[in-house]
Design a protein around this ligand. Structure first.
Ligand code: PGA
Length: 255
């Protein structure tokens, strides 16, 4: 199983700031990965407006892949304000986060829209990182498992086994995102086992944990059997923290 560390920069960093951030962590991440036994993929997803600026520096490391935070399901057309898969590919993007809870919550993204995007991303050769997770209310009502299973099944709808095997999933309890409130690692693992059980073809699909991941808690998540990496927001904007997260993942991947 590959271990994946993905930084989601959200709506942060101008193109200039993004270049400075990459300069601060990319060579150090390259060193960590050069000394690792392999089996670890590192991705950063800057805002669209910074993709072109950071692509050359990331490509030079040869070890940090470029991701986008969203994408439209159509390849071109009258969709004002949207970005297509060919536009991303043209900039060297290889991963795309789909169905992040902030997209679902603030921009009305439905399970069906996420499924359409997943199909397009796969057809275009992008690696989708598909995010699922429950709200605090759903958790308190004991509906966590139901919610994430429904979201996962909807995202996989109509995909064949080979396509499912090319996905990366991320479990992000919404109440733990950006709040500093951690989901207990064993509890997260239980939910992630439920996600994996949604389809046999998910057996070797990396499932990432996301939600206030920091250098001081990442190892506890990585030690869980169903946690194959992290989708990291806030801490990925701090070069020192991001390098440390990659180091922890490399240690877990080779241990
Ligand atoms: P956070 O964000 O690490 O800042 O909680 C995670 C995410 O939303 O992907």
């Amino acid at each position: 199983m590959r271990t994946v560390v993905a930084g989601n920069w959200k709506m942060n960093e101008t193109a200039g700031q993004a270049s400075e951030l990459v300069a601060a962590f990319a060579p150090r991440v390259g060193e960590v990965l050069a000394g690792a036994n392999g089996g670890i993929d590192v991705v950063v997803a800057p805002p669209f407006t910074a993709l072109a600026a950071v692509a050359p520096a990331l490509a030079r490391t040869g070890r940090v892949a470029l991701g986008a935070q969203n994408m439209h399901w159509d390849l071109s057309g009258a969709f004002t304000g949207e970005i297509s898969a060919p536009m991303l590919l043209d900039l060297g993007v290889t991963y795309v986060i789909l169905g992040h809870s902030e997209r679902r919550q603030y921009f009305g993204e439905t399970d069906e829209a996420v499924n359409r995007k997943v199909k397009t991303a796969l057809a275009q050769g992008l690696h989708p990182i598909v995010a699922v997770g429950e709200t605090l209310g759903e958790r308190e009502d004991g509906r966590t498992r139901d919610r994430v299973v429904t979201q996962t099944r909807a995202a996989l709808d109509g995909l064949n086994e080979d396509e499912i095997a090319r996905l990366i999933l991320a479990y992000e309890p919404i109440w733990a995102i950006g709040t500093g409130k951690n989901c207990d690692a064993a509890e997260a693992d239980g939910v992630m086992a439920g996600i994996r059980a949604c389809h046999g073809a998910l057996r070797d699909v990396p499932i990432l944990y996301g939600g206030s991941v920091k250098p001081d808690n990442f190892a506890a998540y990585l030690a869980q059997p169903n946690v194959d990496g992290g989708l990291i927001g806030g801490a990925s904007l701090d070069a020192n923290a991001f390098v440390e997260l990659v180091r922890l993942a490399a240690a877990a991947a080779s241990g």
